[in-house]
Design a protein around this ligand. Structure first.
Ligand code: GTQ
Ligand code: FE2
Length: 343
């Protein structure tokens, strides 16, 4: 009938039918924003060390025991389209944590996979399933999901690090679990030293059964030595992956880490990934093109790499070293990883 539209004020659906939809919790696909996704709105965000270091040290003056244990300033990218995720990029979370001399964050464990990248300090340690991991600047320490861990600074210097976690992923999956200490049923672990020769790995059932790296600490010195002798890519940069020595794969099932070295005056070829990532600047100064945004950076700055954006890093001064943590393994396992290199 040609009168239909006029009767409903241009809405082809009658008010009575709309009411039926509402009463039955129904929406209609032809009006759904998910049918044709809008262009991604997430933008790169940088946290400059010079801005956040004083805020962290001011925060560290608050010494209530309950705050010491969770003294993390979460880096929340306001453009991430996922309310409540508190993420820095996509489903990745990051925060800055400080532990002052004499402080202790007691043992606990959680289903979230996490890692820490140390920014400054000396003498603190993270204990993971009984293994002591020294926290020196540039060190990577991984705390795989459901491993007991605690942080101690007995008499070291004030120590500050970046926490990187897959917390928003667990929130989305409904799998976030947390258990405070005291430690129950600790796992048996093998000393990191058993894996560091590179050419040999111990043959042990416990190593073969686990889905994460048996190495919990990747030292800055080892990483630097490795990247310096890595072959150059076509753009002249060198990259090493922090590898599980048993599988050769990522350090954690959900977070994959890399160190890239870029010579002054050079830039990396643009790459684009369906996964999200973030970078911590180890040293050097430069800028990164992320889609339409240009991010300037220096030592200890942290910046996000939203999914779907073309990314190219340029080193302006010094020899730049960038630590990158990506959730590409999540995407790869689900058959959703696309990675492109600009022509
Ligand atoms: O240091 O163990 O940023 O459990 C969030 C949760 C750090 C930690 C975070 C944690 C930790
Ligand atoms: Fe934790």
């Amino acid at each position: 009938m040609s009168t239909t539209a006029a009767n409903y004020s241009d809405d082809p659906v009658s008010p009575e039918l709309r009411a039926q939809y509402a009463a039955n919790d129904i929406t209609v696909l032809w009006e759904s924003p998910n049918g044709a996704l809008p262009p991604p709105s997430e933008r790169a965000r940088v946290w400059h060390w010079g801005d956040i270091r004083p805020v962290m040290f001011e925060t560290a003056k608050i010494t209530l025991p309950a705050i010491i244990e969770r003294r993390v300033m979460q880096l929340v990218n306001p453009t991430v389209d996922n309310p409540g995720s508190e993420s820095i990029a996509g489903l990745l979370n990051a925060g800055i944590q400080a532990l002052m001399p004499g402080e202790h964050a007691r043992p606990h464990r959680h289903s979230m996979h996490a890692l820490r990248f140390v920014l400054e300090g000396h003498g603190a340690e993270t204990v993971v399933e009984g293994k002591s991991c020294a926290m020196e600047p540039g060190d990577l320490i991984v705390t795989p999901g459901w491993t007991w861990h605690e942080h101690r600074n007995v008499e070291g210097q004030p120590t500050v690090w970046v926490d990187i976690l897959d917390a928003a992923l667990h929130r989305a999956f409904g799998t976030a679990r947390f258990q405070p200490g005291p430690i129950q049923s600790p796992r048996s672990v093998i000393a990191d030293a058993a894996f560091t020769s590179g050419a040999f790995v111990p043959v042990a059932a416990q190593v073969e059964a686990q889905s994460y790296s048996p190495i919990f600490r990747y030292s800055a010195a080892d990483a630097r030595r490795a990247v310096e002798v890595a072959p150059t890519a076509a753009d002249g940069s060198r990259t090493v992956r922090y590898a599980d020595p048993v599988t050769g794969g990522a350090v954690l099932p959900t977070i994959d880490c890399y160190l890239t070295q870029i010579e002054a005056g050079t830039a990396t070829h643009a790459v684009r990934s369906s996964a999200s990532a973030l970078c911590v600047v180890v040293d050097g100064e430069g800028e990164t093109q992320v889609g339409d945004d240009l991010v300037s950076w220096g030592p200890k700055d942290v910046f996000s790499l939203p999914q779907g954006q073309w990314v190219s890093h340029r080193c302006k001064h010094g020899k730049a070293r960038l630590f990158t943590a990506s959730n590409r393994e999540v995407f790869r396992h689900l058959g959703l990883l696309t990675e492109e290199l600009a022509a």
